[in-house]
Ligand binder design. Structure first.
Ligand code: SAM
Ligand code: SF4
Ligand code: SF4
Length: 327
């Protein structure tokens, strides 16, 4: 396998696969209830990539770029029927040795054991606050914090590693950062803070709602001093810190104020088979049609090579440059 890199010499390492566009939550920053209502046109089953199609593509990605890691996401991935079967199919692909899932956690008590048995290694569970009223407001479906914590416990009981993602939105939950840090310190669940991003165009994003990586760091550091940790691998998304005097860590994912485009090696496959070479790309590459038309993997490999080797995306860096300009 030759080294596949893009126009900025970045390899392709990390594949995120969305297995459904549906979700049982309506988080205000992701799928606001006013827009994702009862008559929202979610994808039909025939529009989704089948498990066989996803598996074929992962295998092609593996052969083309040597990817070893796959992350299953959504929408809410546990809303896709029998998703554990897909995990088992991907686990069986030679060269894939790490499968993780990002989930809202609410269905983990039902699925954790099955996911572990299928070959899942780790889950990242999203939780933005420990305050029930605020959490219910954020998730838009009145789901309690307890339900998500029960999901984390079920995952651990099943033998899955657990990380926690907290999206920090100024004016919403920046006051909960310390409480979350205190709560998860000592549990073995690494907490990662995520700057509020402008994903989609329907979440009312503006720069004023971003509580920056520096602000997050300062908030924690003032009470629980932190020291930086070296990245474990090139292109790591989170900047990692350790609490001084312990080996416990936290991470901060700063897609907005400290963009990491120069080392970004991620691609995202949507539920309907569009390949996006940037989280923020508005246009994808239709791999579903290619898959459904072509019996020949070599043809798809050459398309994938062409897509990646033409990649120039650096959306966050460009946005920063534009935001910094005097107006
Ligand atoms: N439903 C699953 C969940 O919530 O974990 C998986 C999909 S969700 C889109 C993946 C991650 O993106 C979650 O951790 C979520 O909190 C985060 N996310 C969603 N919208 C975001 C936004 N506007 N800014 C930052 N993070 C966001
Ligand atoms: Fe659903 Fe996850 Fe989006 Fe919340 S962040 S609406 S749980 S997909
Ligand atoms: Fe990667 Fe795009 Fe995010 Fe930059 S903005 S780090 S290119 S996903």
């Amino acid at each position: 396998m030759e080294n596949l890199t893009d126009k900025l010499k970045r390899p392709l390492r990390d594949l995120r696969i969305s297995v459904t566009d549906r979700c049982n939550f309506r988080c205000s920053y992701c799928m606001p209830a006013e827009i994702f209502g009862n008559d929202y046109p979610f994808l039909e089953k025939s529009q989704l990539l089948s498990f066989e199609e996803i598996t074929r593509l992962v295998s092609i990605f593996q052969k083309t770029a040597g990817i070893q890691k796959v992350r299953i996401t959504g929408g809410e991935p546990l809303m896709r029927k029998d998703v554990d079967k897909l995990i088992a199919m991907i686990s069986a692909i030679e060269g894939i040795d790490d499968i993780a899932m990002t989930t809202n956690g609410s269905l983990l008590p039902v699925y954790a054991q099955r996911l572990k048995a299928a070959g899942l290694k780790r889950v990242t569970v999203s939780l933005d606050t420990l305050h029930d009223e605020r959490f219910k407001e954020i998730n838009g479906r009145g789901v309690s914090v307890k339900a998500v914590l029960a999901g984390m416990e079920a995952a651990e009981k099943a033998g899955l590693g657990v990380k926690v993602n907290m999206v920090v939105q100024k004016g919403m939950n920046e006051g909960d950062i310390l409480e979350m840090a205190r709560y998860f310190k000592g549990t073995g669940r690494i907490l990662r803070f995520i700057e509020f991003m402008d994903v989609g165009n329907s979440n009312g994003w503006n720069m004023e709602k971003v509580f920056s990586k520096q602000d997050i760091f300062n908030t924690i550091h003032a009470e629980m001093p932190l020291q930086p940790l070296k990245p474990t691998y090139q292109g790591e998304v989170a900047t990692r810190f350790q609490y001084q005097g312990s080996d416990e860590e936290i991470g901060i994912i700063s897609s907005i104020t400290d963009a990491f485009c120069s080392s970004c090696n991620r691609a995202r496959l949507s539920a309907e088979g569009q390949l996006y070479t940037c989280l923020f790309a508005s246009k994808g590459h239709d791999l579903r049609s290619v898959l459904r038309k072509s019996e020949n993997d070599e043809h798809i490999i050459s398309i994938l090579k062409e897509i990646w080797s033409s990649r120039t995306d650096r959306y966050s860096e460009e946005r920063m440059q534009n935001t910094d300009k005097p107006r």
